[in-house]
Write a protein of this length. Sequence first.
Length: 427
Amino acid sequence: LKADPASITHCVLCLRLPLPRLLHIGTMGVEASHQAGEYQEPSLPEGVLEVRISVYKLELTGVGILDQIGAGLAGTYHTGLVVGGKEFAFGGHDMPGKSGVYATKPELNQDYLFYQRIIVGRKTGRQEEVLSLVRQFACSERWCGTSYDLIERNCNHFVSDLCWALLQVRPPDWINSTADGIALSRRRGRKENEAMNEAFVAYRCQFGSSSGSIAKVAGAPDVAVSSSAATAGAQLPRPPNGNGDRSDGTGRARSDEEVRGSKAFKDAFTATFELCWSRGREMLRTARDTCPEGEDVNGHKMKIEVDLLSTCASAAICAAEVVAHAARLAAEARAKQPAGAAVEAWDMAWARASSALLRSWREEAVAGRLDAKPNSEQGIDRRKKVEDALAAAERAAMEAIRSEQARRSESSGRMCSSLEPLTLTVG
């Protein structure tokens, strides 16, 4: 359990400010006195030990009063768990095979500013037995110093897991809220990118062409859905073609833009995933309230998260396939329009007619009601609606052509009437 505190980095940012004086979670509460080291444990029967958490703020400036104010506003916390007269904490180092857990005097870790103590509960057992449990816990591979991660495995994660191991209680969420939020964003991003990449590789394999016969027509618009920065610049994996490259089998590299509907597919995927995620996040925020009694709230949260991410990916894939199908039909129809005013009118009419379809498809996907198969009952109904939208765009293009012809005819008539008659003189 020995580690050099000077070589250990353990901290976490928590943007939410803690409840100031009193907080109860089960038997847990904030002790009113905040002076480091002055706490006197209650006189307990033999074989009963108090368990509490020491919460510290980080030294940001080296000036006491400024650190107290600044750390409170930034919400930067370190924690250690106190039991059996010792305070145990976790930090990182570069010594493979060595635990990152170390012990200090309760509330007197010199690397931090003591902030408050949280009484967690009482553990039944002789002091030697309880401390032996802590040492066994600390020596597991999970808490090796080289496994430390500021966001996903820090000092607060250690204290939380040790609290659960001893008392089946978790500390309040505010202690590690920012790290948990960043970690959640990381996991969401990984899942979104993995699902997007896998789905798009399948899409490219299905609709790509070595001959370029269905290559995207230059300038042809996809059915667009606003994208977010969450997947901007995401690298797509190489499609499996037996050669380990991104060629189409003839040695010619095939870019995403050459596959008709690519942009529509990716934009729709991103927008739908974000919509589904934003709708479902409330379940994560209220996980502690909905957790069944006796169940680990962290496990309950993770189950909700895994289910939500899976739902988001499924909804995004369905919407992407449907939107890309419409985009391919639209690209074919647009390619038939003459350049100029007809294409401009077609684009404007298609944008108006298709926008409502896009919204309804995303909503149906998020609700789990969208059937992406083109030949399903929904698929046949969708195609009719898309054809109606394309017909509206075609009518707008034809009207633009007629208007253009009328303007040319009118202009030609004006030019003829302005010419002076020629007279041939015979002498």
